[in-house]
Design a protein around this ligand. Structure first.
Ligand code: 1CP
Length: 355
């Protein structure tokens, strides 16, 4: 494995290193306020629905040209400051050979839920070569993005394990939360397996040209601080080990995580993504005023009258001024029923607001 990014990498060649996104992630004030949206690629876009017709979600992630095209669609349409690589947190499972599918209207579903020590021992190891379609898709995307950075991502071990133990989406994630106390050795082995799979997935995206990486622990908010620190944080740190020290900013995001923000920062990241529940001023206070923030427009307001949305966005920007750097985003993903014209208008509003 390389110790540094290749010379042609956009962060090293200079193509993206001074971009508004990377500048804000590094704690600076860029020429314009950077914004991107979680789930900016997806069902809210008619051009996405068009190219996805007749192709399953996981297949579309593994066709490099299609994945690149879908990643670029929202960048072209909205003038956002970053692309987020079109893929899914369960792609490393699929490429390792785990039986998993994304069922329309449901989400990730596993053929065999992983519940016992034996189930964990039988998990196949993810091979670097299996990630070639991902590296190819990233290369194609980055070529076309030019000076706009691509953000790579992966699921954090707890969020991945939540799907693996339950076998499907769940509300309270009881399965993994029971396992960590009832059978801590099996939990640790599972969390480490998930960390290694996500770590390799992140590494592949960064080596192929992504300029930043976001670890999604979407469901970490179902954990109390003590459980998070004891059973989850070490595995999340391990997932990031393959991409530390490369110069690419690392972002950590989850929902309902107001009480564990400091611990999420403690796994060793540069930026904290804040969900819509906690005002950015308070998030900044909890993090000691030293951590660049990303967030946290309430996705529910995307369907409110424009004046309501605009005044909310201005509040978010004002609250973000307290942090050492701020990248605008939603407090969770774009809802599929969002009018894409609202997103375009929102980007232009954000870019028009000076410091
Ligand atoms: O057919 C479709 O369009 C299916 C919907 C869809 C999409 C567009 C899924 C199924 N995954 C994705 C792409 C995706 N997933 C991206 C790239 C697109 C972008 O952000 O613009 C990313 C970053 C993810 C990451 C992801 N997948 C997360 C973390 C982010 C989050 O939203 O919290 C999670 C939890 C998943 C699991 C997943 N995959 C798909 C769905 C519907 C879900 C959630 C299921 C649940 O509610 O538990």
């Amino acid at each position: 494995m390389l110790q540094a990014l290749p010379a042609a990498h956009p962060l090293v060649s200079g193509a993206t290193s001074e971009s508004p996104l990377i500048t804000a992630y590094r704690g600076g004030k860029p020429s314009r306020r950077p914004v991107w949206f979680m789930r900016q690629a997806g069902r809210s876009l008619p051009e996405y629905r068009e190219v996805r017709r007749g192709i399953s979600m996981l297949d579309s992630c593994l066709k490099p040209e299609l994945a690149a095209e879908i990643t670029l669609q929202p960048v072209r349409r909205h003038d956002v400051d970053a692309g987020i690589f079109f893929s899914d947190i369960v792609i490393p499972l699929k490429l390792a050979g785990v039986g998993v599918d994304i069922v329309p209207g449901v989400g990730p579903v596993l053929e065999h839920p992983v519940r016992t020590a034996d189930d964990v021992a039988k998990l196949p190891k993810l091979d670097w070569d299996a990630l070639e379609p991902i590296r190819e898709a990233v290369r194609l995307t980055v070529e076309q993005l030019g000076s706009t950075p691509l953000i790579g991502f992966a699921g954090a071990p707890f969020t991945l394990a939540a799907y693996m133990v339950e076998g499907r989406p769940s509300r309270d994630h009881l399965g993994p939360r029971t396992m960590m106390h009832a059978d801590p050795d099996t939990w640790k082995a599972l969390a480490q397996w998930a960390a290694d799979a996500s770590g390799l997935f992140l590494r592949a995206q960064l080596e192929a040209g992504a300029s930043a990486a976001q670890l999604f622990d979407s469901w970490a908010g179902s954990l109390g601080l003590a459980d998070y620190e004891r059973f989850v944080a070490p595995a999340s740190a391990r997932a990031l080990d393959p991409v530390r020290g490369l110069g690419a900013p690392l972002i950590h995001f989850g929902t309902g995580t107001s009480e564990i923000l400091g611990a999420m920062h403690g796994v060793g990241v540069d930026v904290i993504g804040v969900d819509y529940r906690l005002p950015l001023g308070e998030a900044n206070r909890r993090l000691g005023g030293t951590v660049p923030l990303q967030g946290n427009i309430d996705p529910a307001l995307l369907s409110a009258p424009w004046e309501v949305l605009e005044s909310h966005v201005r509040e978010v920007i004002a609250a973000g001024e307290s942090a050492p750097g701020h990248v605008l985003n939603l407090g969770h993903g774009v809802p599929p029923e969002t009018d894409p014209e609202v997103l375009t208008r929102l980007v232009s509003l954000i870019h028009s607001i000076g410091y």
